[in-house]
Design a protein around this ligand. Sequence first.
Ligand SMILES: [Zn+2]
Ligand SMILES: [Zn+2]
Ligand SMILES: [Zn+2]
Ligand SMILES: [Zn+2]
Length: 424
Amino acid sequence: MRKPESEFMTKKCLAVFLSIILVILVFPAGAFTLPAGAETSKKCGENLTWEFDDDRTLIISGTGSMWQYFRDDVDCSRAPWRGSSCKKIHINSGVTSIGSWAFYECHNLTSITIPDSVTSIGEYAFYECTNLTSLIIPDSVTEIGNGFLLGCTGLTSISISNSLTRISVGAFDGCRGLTSINIPGSVTEIENDAFSGCTNLTTVYYQGTVPEQWEEITIGLANDPLKSADIVHVHTFSDGWQTTTASSCVSNGLERRVCTVCGEAEERIIPAHHTEQLIRTVSPTCTNGGYDLVRCIVCGTRYQTNPTAALGHDYQFTGTVAATCVKAGYHRYTCTRCGEEERTAIPAVGHYFLDGFCVDCGVDEQIAPYDLNGDTDLNALDMVVLRIGLLKNDTESPCDFNNDGVSDIRDMVRMKKMLATVLS
Ligand SMILES: [Zn+2]
Ligand SMILES: [Zn+2]
Ligand SMILES: [Zn+2]
Ligand SMILES: [Zn+2]
């Protein structure tokens, strides 16, 4: 009775033992296996969570390190967001590491923000993020894993942490979009293949001295692009600008700064300038700009500064004068600040004759063309209007009663006749 059971136990132990071996074979030493249910719990670290917002941004929040992930299809070892088409990744402050293979094959990824709480980036973390064009690795990062940007062919701009001492194996392998790179002075070792396949890399900006410090860097095998690139020293001006000659009201001054690495100095002019004291501020009006009237407390010169644009009128509707049969009307708009007026015309409506008279103004259809002042009557006043019009050579209101194409004395004669008819 006991034998089968012990045989069973032996088999069970063997199975457990074999599965442990299997796990050890599948995952490298020190590998972390995601706990079951991690995907539904939205956890990506002991104290980290992940979520997507509406516009395909992956947000990682919490404190501490991210779990390590792996490339292969063993479900629980792949990053839980693998296969999603996330475009942006936002890592919140508090996260201290980016796990290995974390963003592998995020082909749609175009930008990621890494906070300065992150100190390490795992291996192959951004492997084949082919649409990623720029990346800023904050100065808090002291360690980058092997191949962390392997195959990021779209990457054209990268800023490397100033705390980095080692550029790991294959770190930028295949980043053929990079034409230049800035290597901080802290780097002492560049490992094998770190820049292999960076076929367009032509310039390296290096913060240490060239050639002295650059030659002290241990550079591994298969870094030909790095070796054929121009190595250009980049100055570090940590002390900022120091004034060597102060400027005055009329003469320029000079300031200089010194590279703390190579000792080279740079100079620039401090333009001459007055020391201003405000006398008064002139506010802008509708039509004129404003300014500050100032005085130099050193030399006493007065001048205008800080110009501001004219405000423009603030027109509000303030009434309408209706159009009549013969006279145009208008809508009136008045500026609330300065009272300036603007009008938009309403065209004259014209007579509407019925049985020889206008139904609107009552003018006789026969005399209507001669009623130049619009008082519905033909009299001496209309003659005056015509006379003034002829004197002014007014072509805008022609009184061409005889239809000969011009307003002239003949029209006045015709008008006189008509007036005589009316008066008789
Ligand atoms: Zn320098
Ligand atoms: Zn002055
Ligand atoms: Zn105005
Ligand atoms: Zn009328």
